[in-house]
Design a binder for this molecule. Sequence first.
Ligand SMILES: Cc1cc2nc3c(=O)[nH]c(=O)nc-3n(C[C@H](O)[C@H](O)[C@H](O)COP(=O)(O)O)c2cc1C
Length: 165
Amino acid sequence: MVIVSKNDEADGRIVVLRGAFRDKNILRFHTDIRSAKVSSLKENKKIYFVFYSKKRKIQVRAEGVAVVNFNNTITKDAWEKTQIISRKCYLSSQAPGEFLEESASNLSKDFESNLPTKEESETGYKNFCVIESKIKTFEWLYLASQGHRRAKFDLDKNNSIWMMP
Ligand SMILES: Cc1cc2nc3c(=O)[nH]c(=O)nc-3n(C[C@H](O)[C@H](O)[C@H](O)COP(=O)(O)O)c2cc1C
């Protein structure tokens, strides 16, 4: 889950983690440049992530600063690697979050059951952006019946400290 805020309002949504660059402390996801989260990030670059692994019983909460990549080398490279089935999501003429007269999918009728050709999918690039977030700090929480454990990591200061869960 990713959380952004604009003015004094915060808003969260699920995104797919597309990259985690350990050497640069950067997390990456893809989105539509027309979406509300992007306009929030343009106003306030602070971004928060929440992850939970049921298998490992670990929650991670991270905070960082986001950069909206649009029509640059990062987006070109990511778009080339994006499969046509995922490119479909960027083809709509209507922006995410627009109100509709009646229920409709995010795809044009043609592409609800058919894939676009690679050439047809290229028009989606104008809506495609890559959000890269430089993580500053994160909190790790491990859940266990013998007692939970919690720690905070500061990546800029390169230190960490145990916390009361
Ligand atoms: C499992 C799942 C994965 C999603 N992955 C993404 C994603 O990678 N990028 C994205 O923009 N939206 C993704 N969404 C949709 C967002 O949660 C959100 O509803 C949408 O982007 C609209 O956000 P907006 O309020 O900024 O318009 C995903 C939703 C679900 C349920």
